[in-house]
Design a binder for this molecule. Structure first.
Ligand code: ANZ
Length: 942
């Protein structure tokens, strides 16, 4: 029977859409246990999907379908992360409204996704750029603004509990996550003006405004988060990024550093992603130590992870930005210090960290006092010390730290060595196997922990230092000077930010004439005609004509928008209750769905999305809006599908192209060409197509080998910019979605990267044809009700065992090979028994759902195959009754003999010697030894 994949797939896609087959039931309608399978939702780019994108979606879809077969109420939703830079950059270039581009791109994605037959619950589809969605993103922002982190209770609380504390006790006994340490009494608090109170509260709010050093990207006209910057350039576009101080909205994620670390322990994630989160958070335990500056009342506070090395302090290094520099610098050193500060301000933090070769610094002329020995210690500036980490000051110990050692060597500063090791090979950074010497009360000590305790005890009792834990993680900058993002629901009264009332949400993105900054350098929202908040009428209005007139009071709204990560930090909650207009998600409903049980997506989000969404989930949990504090229980990161790029060689300075084999003889340039310019699946260039591809190639000339132009091929990341993308639509057209799905899984282990090779599809297609034809006799559907034979049952149950194991272990590639083996064997047996073929269709259905639905309905069922219980393994069918033993003589296989599988070694030995053919082969000789490996082989040594 002809396998008409196009007809079959269209038919079932239509059926699923009409019957809403995959819609999850809400808790009240379902007695089934729940299972939540989520993909990282796509950003709908203009280029559409290539075959690399669906890899993870296919895996999660197989799992979702498997769970439905197992009787779960499965939530497997889809949506779009639809705010962001590319649509806005496109708008700037073309004037097209980003909403229009975004909609077009989403439509294209939806069509492509539907063609692959995913079992998504389309009724819950969401878009982060829809006002009905971002209303709740704004609502969460408002909750964050009205919250602070109470370290005493280790959770975020409503800001009102902070105000109560301040009214009663001032800052005394307050243990809060804060931007800077404040100190005032209850009386002082009460006497402050409203504006001052608001400014103080910003010091504690979870969403706050502060002057921050930011990554400023002039080409994109916006601030970027640390994880959006790679090697000093913007991740999107590769534009240079500079450090700049700006007033910005930030999120106090650092309040959660410790919980974000601890929470990792309970998550079923790859060790690699956990490790990158740990590194990003960068917890280090140590101490802060105070050094008095000689001749002043000032103290320099340093952060050190090695208080045990305090007797080795040879100098102190301050970051050039350190606030004490201007007070302590001696008049003689003033000019040199100023010049140095000027020179280092041009270098970004990243550059400074990365550059270990170029040592630079300057002496301040000032000395500090050692807190134990009281010896004078010179104070230097050095740009290897970062202003934003710890206290921006280090106690430099050249005998124990490489950078301090290099600095001391470079400037010829005398080194105090406290270890019994000579330093000819550089600093001694090992914590083990050392003996402290020249260390006053540590002399002779060999244990790092004991030495640390001894020093800390001394410092604490002299009020010169204390234990301290530091985190490398910084608060997350939240504002972007861009148009296509969620407006921040805030207005300013006397420069103080106030949130809009929740009843006024959503604060909709206004129309603007231009998507560029205003002439005053304000963000694009500054171009909006009406962007003021009328508090009395509770609406957005144009700028007031005469602000002094009563009744004409309106307040400017915030001009920056939220970053890309805002909408994606909570979308998994919205899917649970996607159409709720009164709440971001009903509590009883989020209690039912709880955590995402399986999350599949790329590991490139390790320190961005996966940290931010954990942070927001913990926050919503603290504030009692949900009952779980980790969003994603299990996560799998799919590998990348790589493309086979193609290149031509152009002879330099000409329009002449030389075939790969001859290219070495010329000086050439290698140029990427589109893989659609190749002949079929070969490496040969279609010269005519190539000439048409671009104007500049119209009159190209070619140097051929054997009459052909052979291109160079290379495996690279699949990407539109490398012209090596394969469009899944074309594959679905030619081979079908089922074939695409099976093939993507067949390519190799899910988590590994692997190259795409279109040639491999025909093998899988052949398998599908064979599978389909098991159910046909010629063109007639033909299945018999005869009882299956033992070998047939064995094939089926071997497959059940393997497939269940594989799906549960996400080893989808090996299932596909087992399908092929099973179908081949059944075909050889000419098996057309219903008792075999029915379960077979169910087993394969998560992978090839269209074809299996078709077969299931041909088998006479009217319900979707998706909910049929998964076939259950019966181990007894796997037990062999009889085994064909290969019989060897002196290691040479001669023939096979059947023996019952139940026989022991000894019993087989006894039977073997009586066998006719064995006797004949022995030719009267006595066997020296008979080796029987049960169920495997028999070897007779003569
Ligand atoms: C003395 C010392 C002796 C140190 C020794 C190390 C080894 P992590 O683990 O990254 O937290 N440090 C402190 N603040 C710094 C800053 N703002 N910029 C650059 N370096 C800074 O490392 C903390 C260690 O890095 C601290 O411990 C300090 O040097 C340095 F044998 O103090 B140490």
């Amino acid at each position: 029977m002809f396998y008409n994949h196009q007809e079959i797939e269209k038919k079932w896609q239509k059926y699923w859409q009409e019957h809403q087959t995959f819609n999850a039931s809400q808790p009240t309608n379902s007695k089934k246990p729940k299972y939540y399978v989520l993909d990282m939702f796509p950003y709908p780019s203009g280029a559409g999907l290539h075959v690399g994108h669906p890899l993870g979606y296919i895996a999660s879809d197989i799992y979702a379908r498997f769970k439905r077969h197992q009787g779960y109420n499965v939530l497997h939703p889809v949506g779009y992360d639809s705010f962001g830079l590319p649509a806005e950059q496109y708008a700037i270039q073309t004037g097209q409204h980003p909403a229009i581009t975004t909609k077009e791109n989403i439509n294209r994605y939806e069509q492509q996704l539907r063609k692959i037959g995913f079992s998504f619950d389309w009724s819950r589809e969401l878009r982060t750029s829809d006002a009905s969605y971002y209303k709740w993103t704004q609502w969460i922002f408002i909750q964050l603004f009205h919250s602070w982190y109470n370290k005493a209770n280790d959770r975020a609380e409503c800001i009102s509990t902070l105000v109560q504390h301040l009214e009663k006790h001032g800052t005394e006994g307050l243990f809060a996550a804060q931007s800077e340490a404040l100190d005032f009494s209850a009386e002082q608090w009460k006497a402050y003006t409203e504006t001052t109170k608001q400014e103080i509260l910003l010091n504690y709010r979870m969403a706050y405004r502060a002057e921050t050093t930011v990554n400023w990207c002039p080409a994109l006209g916006t601030v970027l988060a640390n994880d959006e910057v790679k090697d000093g350039k913007s991740e999107r576009g590769g534009y240079p990024v500079f450090q700049k101080k700006m007033m910005q909205w930030s999120m106090r994620i650092t309040a959660y550093s410790d919980r974000l670390l601890k929470g990792l322990e309970g998550l079923d994630w790859s060790e690699a992603v956990k490790e990158s989160q740990r590194n990003w958070i960068g917890k280090s335990e140590g101490a802060s130590v105070k050094f008095k500056v000689q001749g002043t009342e000032e103290y320099i506070e340093v952060f050190t992870t090695r208080p045990d090395t305090i007797f080795g302090v040879s100098f102190i290094t301050l970051a050039p930005e350190h606030q004490l520099v201007k007070f302590i610098t001696s008049p003689e050193q003033k000019q040199a210090v100023e010049e140095y500060i000027e020179a280092t301000s041009k270098r970004s933090e990243r550059e400074r960290m990365a550059d270990v070769k170029n040592i630079s610094g300057v002496f301040t002329g000032a000395y500090a006092e050692h807190p134990i020995t009281q010896e004078p210690i010179p104070i230097w500036l050095g740009d290897y010390v970062l202003a934003g980490y710890g206290t921006g000051a280090v106690m430099a110990v050249p005998c124990g730290d490489d950078r301090d050692y290099a600095f001391a060597q470079h400037f010829n500063i005398s080194i105090k060595n406290i270890f019994d090791k000579d330093l000819s090979d550089g600093a001694y950074t090992n914590k083990e196997g050392m003996i402290y010497q020249n260390s006053d009360f540590l002399n002779g000590e060999t244990d790092f922990n004991k030495a640390t305790d001894t020093v800390l005890k001394y410092l604490e009792s002299h009020n010169a230092g204390k234990r301290q834990t530091n985190y490398r993680q910084r608060d997350a900058i939240f504002s972007r000077q861009r148009y296509w993002g969620e407006p921040v629901p805030v207005y300013y009264e006397d420069g103080v930010p106030y949130t809009l009332p929740v009843s006024a949400l959503p604060l909709e993105l206004p129309e603007v004439e231009k998507y560029l900054p205003t002439e005053d350098g304000d963000p694009p929202l500054g171009n909006a005609k009406a962007w003021y908040w009328d508090e009395i009428n509770q609406c957005v209005v144009p700028a007031p004509q005469d602000p002094s007139k009563a009744g004409d009071r309106a307040f400017p709204l915030e001009l920056s928008t939220m970053p890309g990560w805002a909408g994606s930090s909570w979308y998994f909650l919205r899917y649970m209750d996607a159409h709720n207009e009164d709440s971001f998600c009903d509590k009883a409903i989020s209690d039912y769905w709880g955590q995402v049980d399986l999350y599949i997506g790329g590991s490139e989000h390790a320190t961005g999305h996966l940290l931010y969404s954990r942070f927001w989930t913990m926050f919503l949990y603290d504030r009692g809006f949900i009952s779980h504090s980790e969003p994603f229980q299990k996560m799998i990161n799919q590998g990348m599908i790589l493309g086979m790029s193609a290149f031509v060689y152009r002879i330099e300075g000409t329009n002449q192209f030389v075939s790969k084999g001859l290219s070495k003889d010329y000086s050439t340039q290698r140029i990427h060409i589109d893989i659609s310019l190749l002949k079929g699946t070969s490496d040969e260039l279609d010269i005519e197509k190539f000439k048409q591809w671009r104007k500049e190639f119209n009159d190209a000339e070619f140097i051929l080998e054997d009459g052909k132009y052979i291109t160079e091929r290379e495996v690279e990341k699949m990407s539109k910019s490398k012209y090596n993308v394969v469009n899944p639509d074309d594959i679905c057209e030619e081979y079908g979605a089922d074939c695409l799905r099976l093939y993507e899984m067949f390519l190799g282990p899910l988590e590994q990267s692997k190259p795409w090779n279109t040639q491999g599809l025909s093998g899988v297609y052949g398998f599908l044809k064979k599978f389909y034809n098991l159910y046909f006799d010629g063109d007639a559907f033909s299945v018999s009700d005869e009882a299956p034979t033992k070998p047939e049952l064995k094939v089926l149950h071997t497959l059940i065992k393997k497939v269940v194991y594989d799906i549960e272990h996400f080893s989808f590639n090996t299932s596909v090979s087992q399908f092929m083996i099973a179908v081949n064997e059944l075909q050889k047996m000419k098996c057309n028994k219903r008792e075999i073929l029915e379960p077979l269709a169910v087993l394969i259905s998560p992978y090839a759902p269209h074809l299996c639905e078709e077969l299931w309905s041909l088998l006479g069922h009217s319900e979707s195959v998706d909910f049929v219980p998964f076939p259950v393994l019966n181990e007894s069918y796997l037990v062999e009754d009889e085994i064909e033993y290969p019989v060897s003589f002196n290691g040479k296989m001669r023939f096979k003999l059947p023996f019952s599988a139940a026989l022991s070694k000894e019993e087989i030995e006894a039977l073997v010697v009586k066998d006719e053919r064995v006797i004949q082969q022995l030719n009267g000789n006595q066997p020296k030894k008979i080796i029987v490996v049960p169920k495997k082989i028999i070897n007779i040594v003569v």
